[in-house]
Design a protein around this ligand. Structure first.
Ligand code: ZN
Length: 291
């Protein structure tokens, strides 16, 4: 039984009354000495009879490998999605900064207008008071003050105009920043949708794999193998490793003593003959070894 070459789980030899049979789920090929194999498509035999405990364990390990990959991906997908969404932060900040500039100009204009309004009121008061003045000198002093106020109002009005002139470019900057944000957002939205789709897919595949795991676990006929496998599963991966022809554990790449290689050989022979097998573990990493 070799696991390192092409794997043929549905095909296994059995001995029956001097006739060699190769069984699989669909066909049975029969032959006797000196004749060609003959297929017999109508006969179906159960696969479980010919699957060794190592085969069943490797099937379980395949499913567990998938479960782990899906779980690992599910663990990382939300963070990757959040990172993708955070990519919009820069463009969003640009929009806010452009809006802040406009707001600043508008506030400045309001402040100039309020100040000018105050000065106009003051000017009106001075003008009213000027009517009741007794002397020319006093009248002239008020006129000077009124002129000064007029000058200040002119300055404020010029400031209002100059700031108002800046509003179109501030609005343009906002529109440009918003367009850039929208362009980036449509790309991000598409990626986020892909992430959501992937998350949903992985979740459903994980559920399928977990259900499959339950079935595969039942097919491991020897509890001692299952126990050894479960003990190691969180610490070593893969748990079930081939012993190479050179007697090296494929999991940790360390040489095994001849006694281990001998036990693995006996296991392989027993598996081929449908006899019970024993758990053979790597002397270094503890992985379950097979040949
Ligand atoms: Zn090892």
């Amino acid at each position: 039984m070799s696991r390192s070459g092409v794997r043929v789980p549905y095909l296994a030899p059995v001995k029956m009354a001097g006739v060699d049979q190769w069984l699989d789920q669909q066909i049975v090929i029969l032959w006797v000495a000196g004749s060609s194999p003959v297929s017999c498509p109508s006969l179906k035999l159960e696969r479980t009879k010919t699957v060794s405990v190592i085969d069943a364990l490797l099937d379980l390990q395949d499913v567990d490998g998938r479960v782990m990959e899906f779980e690992k991906e599910l663990k990382h997908l939300p963070a990757r999605k959040a990172h993708e969404m955070a990519g919009l932060n820069g463009a969003s900040a640009e929009v806010k900064a452009a809006e802040a500039v406009l707001e600043q100009y508008e506030d400045r204009i309001k402040a100039y207008e309020a100040e000018a309004e105050e000065l106009r009121k003051k000017k009106d008061e001075l003008k009213r008071a000027q009517l009741s003045l007794k002397t020319n000198k006093e009248y002239q002093q008020f006129s000077i003050q009124i002129d000064q106020i007029d000058h200040e109002i002119d300055t404020l009005e010029n400031n209002i105009l100059a700031t108002t002139d800046r509003l179109p470019s501030a609005n343009e900057a906002i529109a440009k920043a918003k367009a850039e944000y929208d362009a980036q957002k449509s790309v991000v939205d598409a990626h986020v949708a892909e992430f959501d789709e992937r998350i949903a897919y992985v979740e459903s595949e994980l559920a399928v794999a977990k259900a499959e795991r339950g079935e595969k676990e039942k097919l491991v006929s020897d509890p001692s193998f299952l126990l050894a496998y479960e003990r190691l599963r969180t610490r070593r991966w893969p748990v079930v490793s081939p012993l190479t022809d050179e007697g090296v554990c494929d999991g940790c790449n360390l040489q095994q003593p001849p006694s281990v290689a001998q036990l693995v050989k006996i296991n392989a022979k027993n598996a081929a003959e449908g006899k019970p097998m024993r758990v053979v573990a790597c002397n270094v990493c503890g992985r379950i070894l097979y040949a």
